[in-house]
Design a protein around this ligand. Structure first.
Ligand SMILES: Cc1cc2nc3c(=O)[nH]c(=O)nc-3n(C[C@H](O)[C@H](O)[C@H](O)COP(=O)(O)O)c2cc1C
Length: 301
C-alpha cells in the first residue's frame, strides 16, 4: 500500500511504531522496520550514549528505515539532539514539547522531521515551520495525551493541512488502521499494540496485565492540572486519583508520578507502578512478534 508516507520513509506499509520511553530499543525498532513498517528508538528515559549505541545496533539489525523519538521535556534533550545530528537516523519524531526551534537544523542535515500534535493550531504551526509530516495523537492513546479524540482530530486537522498526516491513538487492529486511512490519514502510529510484542523489552508482568485488562480499565490521571496521562487502573491510580480530587497541590501530584513508570515497565510492579497504555484494550489479547502484528494490521489491504 502506497501513500506519501511510505514514499517519504521508503517503507512497505504506512505504519510507524511509536516511541515509548525506556521500552523501545534497537531490537523492537529493527523488528518493526524489517517487517515493513518504520521502527523508532525511544530516547525518553535514556542518556545520549545509550541512544548512540542503539542507533549503531539498529544499523546492524536492519538495513531498512528507522527513526528516533526525542522527548522535548527531557532535561538531556540537547545532548540527545546532538547525537541525532551526528548519527542522522532517517527520521525523528518529537513528543512533549515545542519542536519548532530544532526543525531547521535537523532538516539541513537531511533528517526527516515528524512532530506529534494534539490540535489544529499545533499542526498549522509545525507545518509552517517546514516539517515533513505530522502525527495527530488522540486522547485514546497511552501515555501523555491531549484532549481531542483521534476521530475528531483527523476531522479537524486533515482538511487544512497539506503535508501527510499520520493518525495515532487507539489504533490496535485492522479496522482502526482502515478507518484512519478512510479519514484521509496517510499512515498510522501505534504504541500499545507493539508494547505487548515479543520484541518489546517491557516487563512480562506489564504485558500480562495489559492482556488481562479490558476497555473500562483505562483511566486518565492529571486531568485537573492539564497533565493528562492515560494508563491502567490499579492501586497506584486509585491513590493518585484520591489525591488529585482532594485538591492536592500540583507539586504533590507531579511528585507522586515520579518513578512509577519505571516501577511498572522495568521492575514489573503492576500495582504500585503506572502502566501507560491506550484505550483499545480489548484488541490486545496476545504476545506476538512485531512481524505478525503488522501482518494482522495489513492483510487484505
Ligand atoms: C508506554 C508508552 C510510552 C510512551 N512514551 C512516549 C514517548 O516517550 N515519546 C512520545 O513521543 N510518545 C510516547 N508515547 C506515545 C506513543 O508513541 C504513541 O503515539 C501512542 O502509544 C499511540 O497510541 P496507542 O497507544 O493507542 O497506539 C508512549 C505511549 C505509551 C503507551
Amino acid at each position: 500500500m502506497q501513500t506519501r508516507l511510505t514514499k517519504l520513509l521508503d517503507i512497505q506499509y504506512p505504519i510507524i511504531q511509536g516511541g515509548m520511553a525506556a521500552i523501545t530499543d534497537a531490537v523492537i525498532a529493527s523488528a518493526v522496520s524489517n517487517a515493513g513498517g518504520a521502527g523508532i528508538i525511544g530516547s525518553g528515559g535514556h542518556d545520549a550514549k545509550w541512544v548512540k549505541e542503539q542507533i549503531a545496533l539498529a544499523r546492524q539489525l536492519t538495513d531498512k528505515t528507522f527513526g528516533v523519538n526525542i522527548v522535548l521535556a527531557a532535561e538531556n534533550k540537547d545532548e540527545i539532539i546532538e547525537v541525532v545530528c551526528e548519527e542522522r537516523p532517517t527520521f525523528v519524531t518529537f513528543g512533549a514539547g515545542n519542536p519548532i526551534p530544532y526543525i531547521e537544523r535537523l532538516k539541513n542535515l537531511g533528517i526527516i522531521t515528524i512532530p506529534v500534535v494534539a490540535n489544529l493550531k499545533q499542526a498549522k504551526n509545525v507545518e509552517a515551520a517546514g516539517v515533513d509530516a505530522l502525527v495527530t495523537e488522540g486522547m485514546e492513546a497511552g501515555g501523555h495525551i491531549g484532549r481531542q479524540t483521534t476521530l475528531s482530530l483527523l476531522t479537524n486537522v486533515i482538511p487544512t493541512i497539506q503535508i501527510p498526516v499520520i493518525a495515532a491513538g487507539g489504533i490496535a487492529d485492522q479496522r482502526g488502521f482502515k478507518a484512519a486511512i478512510a479519514m484521509g490519514a496517510e499512515g498510522v502510529q501505534i504504541g500499545s499494540a507493539f508494547l505487548i510484542s515479543e520484541e518489546c523489552p517491557a516487563h512480562i508482568n506489564v504485558k500480562k496485565k495489559i492482556i488481562e485488562s479490558t476497555d473500562m480499565d483505562s483511566v486518565v490521571l492529571g486531568y485537573t492540572i492539564r497533565h493528562d496521562v492515560r494508563g491502567i487502573r490499579n492501586r497506584f491510580t486509585d491513590d493518585y486519583l484520591a489525591l488529585e480530587y482532594s485538591d492536592a497541590p500540583r507539586e504533590a501530584l507531579k511528585g507522586k508520578m515520579k518513578g512509577v513508570y519505571n516501577k511498572a515497565f522495568l521492575d514489573g510492579d503492576v500495582e504500585n507502578g503506572y502502566i501507560e497504555v491506550g484505550q483499545s484494550l480489548n484488541a490486545l489479547t496476545e504476545i506476538l512478534p512485531c512481524e505478525q502484528i503488522i501482518q494482522k494490521l495489513v492483510k487484505r489491504i
